[in-house]
Write a protein that binds this ligand. Structure first.
Ligand code: TYC
Length: 102
C-alpha cells in the first residue's frame, strides 16, 4: 500500500515538476596567459564572489589547474560558461570554463 502511494506521489511530482533539478558545477581551467586580475573580475562579476573569495578561488585554480566557481541548474550553468567565454574572447584571453553534473 505504501509502495502504491509512493508511486502515485512520484507520478504527481513528475507531472507537476516538483522533482529536484539536477545541479552542475561550473569549473574554470588554468592557463598561462589569462591575467590574474581578469580571472578575479570574472569570479566577482559572473559568480558573485567577494574580492577575498575571488582571489582565493583564482589562486587555487592557478595552483591546482582547475577550480569550482559555483553550482547551478543546467541552463544557468550553461549561461555562466557562455558569459565567461564571451568576455574572455572580448578581452583576447584563452580562459575556458567547463561544467559537470554534481
Ligand atoms: N595562470 C594565470 C597566470 O599566471 C592565472 C590564471 C588563473 C589563469 C586562473 C586562468 O582560470 C585561471 N596569469
Amino acid at each position: 500500500m505504501a509502495r502504491v502511494s509512493e508511486e502515485i506521489q512520484s507520478e504527481f511530482d513528475t507531472e507537476l515538476e516538483l522533482d529536484e533539478p539536477k545541479l552542475y558545477r561550473v569549473i574554470l581551467l588554468n592557463d598561462d596567459y589569462t591575467s590574474m586580475d581578469f580571472v578575479v573580475m570574472i569570479l566577482m562579476e559572473i559568480f558573485h564572489q567577494d574580492v577575498q573569495k575571488a582571489n582565493a578561488t583564482m589562486f587555487k585554480i592557478h595552483e591546482e589547474g582547475s577550480g569550482l566557481c559555483g553550482v547551478y541548474t543546467y541552463e544557468i550553468a550553461e549561461t555562466k560558461m557562455a558569459q565567461v567565454h564571451a568576455l574572455a574572447k572580448e578581452h583576447q584571453f584563452p580562459l575556458r570554463a567547463t561544467m559537470e553534473e554534481e
